[in-house]
Design a protein around this ligand. Structure first.
Ligand SMILES: NC(=O)c1ccc[n+]([C@@H]2O[C@H](COP(=O)([O-])OP(=O)(O)OC[C@H]3O[C@@H](n4cnc5c(N)ncnc54)[C@H](OP(=O)(O)O)[C@@H]3O)[C@@H](O)[C@H]2O)c1
Length: 352
C-alpha cells in the first residue's frame, strides 16, 4: 500500500534517529492499515451477502464509505436492475456528512463498473463525489469492466488499492466469476452414497429407490438447488427415479431442469442435451451461471473425466446396499470440510 508518513500525520523525525525502530514502527503501521482495510472490506462482504436472493445474475456487492474512523455510508446491490452497492452507499450518506466525502475512502468488494448498463457507471459517480481513496476487493471479470473502472478512478487522481481480501471477494461470487472468466457455468456435483459406496440399485426398476438422505440433508440439498441456475441428471435417473428436481424442502426458486440423453423422455419436460460439451456451451449461451449435477453415476463421471467440475457435495449415509450402481470416482480434489446431519456426513470437496 502507498502511504506516506505525512499522510498519516506522523512526524518523520520521531523515527529518523533509530532506523531499526523506524522499521518496526513502519511495519506495525502498515500491518495496522492492512487490518483496517480488511476490517472495512469484511463489512462490505457482510453487506454484499444480503443481495443473495435478488442480485442474480448480477454479482453480490457491498460498499462502505469511511471518514476517519467513522462509517458515514454503506449499501449493497439489492436487486438486478437497481442501484449498485456504491450508489446505495453514497446515497445513504447524510446531507450533513456530504462535505466529508473528499476526505473519505470508499471500500467496495468488486471493482466499480465502468459502463452504462441498467444504471450509469459507478466509477464516474465516485469521481463526481470526489472521494479521496477507493479500496477494491477484486477486479470485475465482466468484459465491459475488466479494470476499466479502476482506470477511470486513477485517471481522476483517486488513490486506488486493489486486492484486499481478494480471495474471499472472488469466492463470494464464484458462479459469476467462473461464468465470466472461463465462459462456462460453475459446476457443482452432488450425490448421496451408502456407507459401502453405492448410489442406487442396479436393477433400474422404476420406483425401487435406495434411500440415503434424511430430512435434514434433503433440506440442505434443496437449499443448494435454490443457489443454482440449472440442475442436470442423466436419462437413466429420469427413467428410474422420475425426479421432480424442484424445491420442496426449502424456500426459493427451482433451477432450470436439464437432462443429458440422446433421446427425449416422454412426459418429462426439460432442456435436453446429448453431450456434456453441448450442455456446458448451451447453458453458457443461455446465461446460466451455475449448474448442479445430481447424477446418476455415468453422468457425474462424464463431467469428472472431462475436468468439468468445480465443487462436489458427497453425502454418505449409514445404510448398506451390498451391490448396485457404484459411486463416481473424483479426480484431483481436496476436502474443504465435513458436516454431520444426524447420522449422515456431507463432504464439501473442491476440484484442484
Ligand atoms: N444417490 C444419488 O445421489 C443418485 C442421484 C441420481 C441418480 N442415482 C441413481 O443412479 C442410477 C442411474 O445412474 P446411471 O449411471 O445408470 O445413469 P445416468 O447417469 O442417470 O444416465 C445415463 C444416461 O445419461 C446419458 N448420458 C450420461 N452421460 C452422457 C454423456 N457423457 N454423453 C451423452 N449422454 C450421456 C445417456 O443417455 P442415453 O441413454 O439417452 O444415451 C446415458 O445412458 C439410478 O439407480 C439412480 O437411482 C443416484
Amino acid at each position: 500500500m502507498n502511504y506516506s508518513l505525512n499522510e498519516l500525520s506522523i512526524p518523520v523525525s520521531q523515527f529518523s534517529k533509530d532506523t531499526t525502530l523506524f522499521t518496526i514502527h513502519f511495519s506495525l503501521l502498515t500491518f495496522n492499515l492492512m487490518s483496517i482495510d480488511e476490517h472495512y472490506m469484511r463489512r462490505c462482504l457482510q453487506l454484499a451477502r444480503n443481495g443473495f436472493q435478488h442480485a442474480r445474475p448480477n454479482p453480490m456487492v457491498g460498499a462502505v464509505v469511511v471518514c476517519g474512523e467513522r462509517i458515514i455510508g454503506e449499501g449493497y446491490h439489492v436487486r438486478c436492475g437497481e442501484g449498485h452497492a456504491e450508489v446505495n452507499a453514497l446515497a445513504s450518506v447524510r446531507p450533513s456528512d456530504e462535505h466529508l466525502l473528499p476526505e473519505s475512502t470508499i471500500y467496495v468488494s468488486l471493482e466499480p463498473c465502468a459502463h452504462y448498463g441498467k444504471t450509469p457507471p459507478c466509477a464516474r459517480l465516485i469521481v463526481e463525489k470526489r472521494l479521496r481513496r477507493c479500496v477494491v476487493g477484486c477486479i470485475d471479470p465482466f468484459s465491459k469492466v475488466q479494470g476499466r473502472g479502476i482506470a477511470i478512478l486513477r485517471e481522476a487522481g483517486i488513490d486506488v488499492t486493489v486486492g484486499v481480501l481478494e480471495q474471499e471477494c472472488l469466492d463470494l461470487n464464484k458462479h459469476f466469476m467462473t461464468y465470466h472468466r472461463f465462459h462456462r457455468p460453475f459446476i457443482t456435483l452432488k450425490w448421496a452414497e451408502t456407507s459401502d459406496g453405492f448410489i442406487g440399485y442396479a436393477d433400474q426398476c422404476p420406483g425401487h429407490r435406495l434411500t440415503i438422505s434424511n430430512s435434514l440433508t434433503r433440506m440442505v440439498c434443496h437449499q443448494r438447488r435454490t443457489e443454482h441456475d440449472a440442475i442436470l441428471v442423466g436419462r437413466h435417473t429420469v427413467m428410474t427415479d422420475h425426479p421432480r428436481l424442484d424445491v420442496r424442502h426449502w424456500h426459493g426458486d427451482a433451477p432450470l431442469r436439464v437432462v443429458l440423453a440422446h433421446n427425449e423422455v416422454d412426459s418429462y419436460p426439460a432442456l435436453y442435451f446429448s453431450s456434456v460439451e453441448e450442455a456446458v456451451r448451451g447453458l453458457y449461451d443461455r446465461g446460466v451461471q451455475s449448474l448442479l449435477v445430481e447424477g446418476g453415476r455415468q453422468t457425474l463421471q462424464s463431467f469428472i473425466d472431462r475436468g468439468l467440475w468445480d465443487e462436489a457435495f458427497v453425502e454418505t449415509g449409514p445404510s448398506v446396499a451390498g451391490e448396485g450402481v457404484c459411486s463416481p470416482v473424483l479426480n484431483e480434489h481436496e476436502l474443504v470440510g465435513t458436516t454431520f446431519y444426524g447420522s449422515n456426513r456431507m463432504a464439501w470437496i473442491k476440484h484442484r
